[in-house]
Design a binder for this molecule. Sequence first.
Ligand code: TNX
Length: 621
Amino acid sequence: MTLTFDAVIDAETIVCTICSDTALAAPVFCFSLMAAPAVVSGGTLLRSLAGYGEVELPDLAAGAPHVVVLRHANPRFAPTNRAWLPLGGYLRLADGSTLALPKLPAGVQSAPGQPAGVQPAPGQSAARHDGLRLIPQPTAWSPAAGHLPVPQGFAGRGEPLDAVAALAARNGLAPFLSAAGVALAIHHDPSMADDAYRLCIAPEGVTLAAAGRAGLFHGAITLLQLRETHDGALPCGTITDTARFAWRGQHLDCARHFYAPATLLRLLDMMALFKLNRFHWHFADDEAFRLETATTPALWQQTAFRGEGLPVPGVFGGGIRSGGSYSPADVQTVIARGAELGIAILPEIEVPAHAFAINAVIPGLRDAADTGTEASVQGYPRNVVNPAMPATWEFLAPLMAEVAAMFPIGILHLGCDELPCDTWAGSPAVAALKTREGLSDSHDVQGWMMARLAAQLQAQGIRPAAWEEAAQGANGGIGHNALLFSWTGQAPGIAAARAGHDVVMCPAQHVYLDMAHTADPADWGASWAAFVPLEDTIAWSPVPRGAEDIASRVVGVEGTFWSEFTTHDREMEAMLAPRILGVAQKAWSMTDTLDGPGLRALAGHIGPLFDRIGWDRHRNP
Ligand code: TNX
């Protein structure tokens, strides 16, 4: 049997055409959109959960195309581009069997006629950058006359040079170290800051000075990058460099889409190339819990895969069946590779919201008497755990302790974003909790819960972290020296910093790399925060004017990538590249002086490096 499937955006609607070469009796069309679907014509909506929908079609005659017109139930979600078309589509037949519909072309596409990842798009002949072609830009660069060709790399050995050499080798780059290479003298200077390094590039060779491993690693990465961006001949001169922020993060949503462990290792290499040093591993959300924990095996065993007949249906491109989980051995591999590359791994467990998968498997975490009908922004009912239920604490305490102990970073991120409005308002158990603890609304209840979780972590020597909402509540929220991530913008981060929190800035308008690069309907990505062209990734200040008082509380910058519309690991690449360069620039560089055209020009010189390591990149302006 052959099925064809096509879908196009037509104003607010999504026009789907399904054709089978064999007659099918009233099949059910299963698919997912970005948010709750509605049917305009061509079928009857039988069921929906968040963006997942099941639409009963009439009998399909052999070879006769059938058109079903969909839209988002919430008129605010007009489809923006191809990522908003149905994902993971399949048909369920009367006997319960399923037939996958062909996948629509996915991900960022090159301009027509251009193979992805090879040639620049028309109009993208970026200006040359005549200075040091290095991202992030260094603190200081004093050029001298001449160039130093490095055709055989560098003659050096030992840690951490070997780690950089291994990175180059894994990614198909020319050898970084060889006996026949240019002399690379190492100078230990204990007076320098951990991340700092100094490179003197002279016609006779290179001297690299640093206090220890971190500085030496950054200096070696600089040499590797300069060799790639200066056609194999380094410009002579002196680079003096150090990091502005200790936390230079990249997040990856591995819950909405399961990325193979090998992809995570590739991402760590990409991060290391641009001096990022924190990988925020988001492995749990409404759709799945993917860490193979010993204390809660049912959780990952039953939610690592989603799709037909499973506790979580094919939301966000899940299709008939997709997913996976990370074993303790996978975790060890990611941690070990991270350590080699100077990258620490931050694990995240999401509570109290974004917990649909948890509630689908673990009984007793909701109040059975709760009359509330709240739904999350993504459209999930029942995606919040209830802090007034003893089972919630019995479930969370061992889970948090286990996960925190798996990761050497000593920090556990507790989630705490997007609590649906009026959560717990219908829960008698929460009403009693409010009276007992003097709490008045759901923010207070959430704050009380986060503070209690944070205290448990702190007692185990683990620092709590969470999204910005954890600071909400008249009671001051999470407290306990928690590290907070400001994502809806920078104002919540500034407020949290003034209340005494350390914050990592990840404003969605600038560093949410799941946002489409452009407004082009042929592009790919979300748009709720903004379209984010490369230039906008640096068009902001981590410490904005007027917030100088909290400068010491801003400890970092982090890019995120959410995976609602990713169904194949590779689709993530051109969303990150080249924009991860802007994240790295913001996180590392001391000043906000590089401008958008400057970044664009530098990115033009990094592009061939992306191509050499086989990493797809977005090519449109
Ligand atoms: C908001 S960012 C979310 C995520 C979504 C993302 C999509 C954050 C803390 N919560 O659950 O995936 O928007 O851009």
